[in-house]
Write a protein that binds this ligand. Structure first.
Ligand code: DX5
Ligand code: ZN
Length: 214
């Protein structure tokens, strides 16, 4: 299989929201490929972050694509708002929806890219039938809900199972740093979401360059 381009998406959850526009510019200047926006509803995960209103503001400040990672119950109720607010890709959780194919078609009809995410304990078999339909599979390597958690190695070994049936983007989200990103590249991942590692870096540009050269 041809080697896929490595893409880096800083997770804004780790940004300093007092200076959000500045933080967005900082990620763009550092070479980020897209912005990862973590949406949490306090139901699907035990944390509440932001909604379409903030995505609209991010859209005004950003020039790179916005990926909305919906860690919410009933994502089908909200995809239109996140699309209209300026998301370029919408990623929902397979654990949050009964009819994923319907939701995928709806997101595509909104002319947005669509991804599906699986929590650490969720099996690859749960999304196998969706692989021909999605632009990205997002493998969680932490229990969703918070930034700054420790990378879980176990879920990373789902990547080769996905790769057996899928040649699109495989992203990894949660506790990513250079060392564990290298493991995930060797397993077949090509999109890396990082919050703490990048926003905590003394030189974000250098950190992104190193990740891209893996
Ligand atoms: C967790 C989010 C992740 C998280 C990544 O629920 O989906 O995107 O913000 O942050 P770090 O890289 O600090 O784990
Ligand atoms: Zn995320």
């Amino acid at each position: 299989m041809k080697k896929l381009k490595i893409k880096i998406a800083p997770s804004l959850l780790s940004a300093d929201f007092r200076y959000l526009a500045h933080e967005i510019k900082r990620t763009e200047a550092a070479g980020a490929d897209m912005l990862h926006v973590d949406v949490m509803d306090g139901n699907f995960v035990n944390n509440i972050t932001l909604g379409p209103f903030i995505v609209r503001a991010i859209r005004k400040a950003a020039t790179i694509p916005i990926v909305a990672h919906l860690m919410i119950k009933n994502p089908e109720k909200h995809v239109e708002e996140f699309a209209k607010a300026g998301s370029d890709m919408i990623i929902f959780h397979i654990e949050a929806i009964k009819n994923p194919k319907n939701l995928i078609y709806r997101i595509k009809r909104l002319n947005k890219k669509v991804g599906v995410s699986i929590k650490p304990k969720t099996k690859v078999s749960s999304i196998k039938s969706l692989l021909p339909l999605v632009d990205e599979v997002l493998v969680m390597t932490v229990e969703p809900g918070f930034g700054g958690q420790k990378f879980m190695r176990g879920p990373a070994f789902k990547i080769p199972k996905i790769r057996k049936h899928y040649s699109g983007d495989v992203g990894v989200d949660g506790g990513i740093n250079y060392e564990n990103a290298r493991l995930c590249v060797s397993l077949g991942a090509n999109v890396f979401i990082a919050g703490t590692y990048l926003f905590g870096s003394a030189d974000m540009k250098k950190s992104i360059r190193e990740l891209k050269s893996m």
